[in-house]
Design a protein around this ligand. Sequence first.
Ligand code: TYM
Length: 373
Amino acid sequence: MSYLEGDLKKIYNVIRRKNTNEKENIRKKRILSGITPSGDGNLHIGNYLGAVRQFIEFAKSYDCFLMVADLHALTTVQDKATLQKNTENLILNELALLGDLHNITFFRQSDVVMHAELTWILNNVTPLGLLKRAHAYKDKLQNDVMEEEINLGLFNYPILMASDILLYKPDFVPVGRDQKQHVEICRDIGGRFNKTYKLKIFPLPEPHIPEEVAVIMGTDGKRKMSKSLGNIIGIFEDEAVIKKQVMSTYTDPTRIHADDPGHIEGNMVFAYLDFFGDPTSPRLRGASNLNRLKEDYKAGRVGDVEVKNYLYESLLKYFAPARERYAELKGNPVKVKKILQDGAARAREVAGATMSEVRESIGLTNSYSFFEY
Ligand code: TYM
């Protein structure tokens, strides 16, 4: 090689390295999260505060991948019509809440086949002991279900979730606290894969769990808000249903009469009002925040029914734009399908690139390979 060729090569390499660095630098930070269409697929205010509200916040500056985890639902929903309905409900619920999809890739897990594929590969670097420590599995065992009867999908659930996450190489995974262990297991599995193949294919993401919404308690004031416990406040249900849920919310059991002094701590109506209380409501009696109402409640100057009515009105006002979007989307299946098609196309692009790296690094590709995503 002549001196001139050598110099040109060096210059070329410097430019190439600079371009690569720039590309990496401009890659927006990324999040990934998912919601399972179990229950009936309708979201409650716990899902909203613990998950969807975070997604909306992140979408202001992050590249967000959000999925409807229908493959996960198969572990418990094994009726065709129910799964179809749940998934459709969840798609409409989420899209209505998200509104603007700027920076958001919204897709259905089963439309991106790489999730199932990576799960098989990760099965082989995951020790049994790691999965046996998973809360979801241990909870099942405690509920008198025989180990022999637990389906393998449920047992493997954390590996599918690890695949969901690792395929997109996100920086953060915003979830409620009940999913923290799954993200930790994902980090463990990703780390084991990297170590086994002595390559850093998977960056290990952090869970993002803001303390104030890590666990939104249910209307019973005792347990995490959850559809299966029947202690929820819905978002898209009929107004009469939401009113009933609000009216049955746990307040202060020591308070017998409306003019008895009341307690704020542990009072779920005030816990929800802290997030949703309408600052312009006349029920605040001229004050612009909740403090005066809280003082009045503590002094026995305002009754439970009044604060519950205030919560009910505030919720309807807060979610009015989303409820409108829900009705609009429900009447426009072509639009919904297009969003899912576009989302799946982008998700496949990213997941396919990761899978190509994975196939290459574990020896699935060889001199006779032709497969391309
Ligand atoms: P899922 O569908 O049970 O719940 C969806 C999200 O809502 C949060 N959440 C809550 N947060 C606070 N308080 C509550 N009462 C409450 N109830 C629910 C959950 O923590 C979750 O963030 N396995 C996941 C779905 C999933 C996923 C993923 C998540 C599949 N793949 C990849 C993150 C990354 C699940 O079943 O969440």
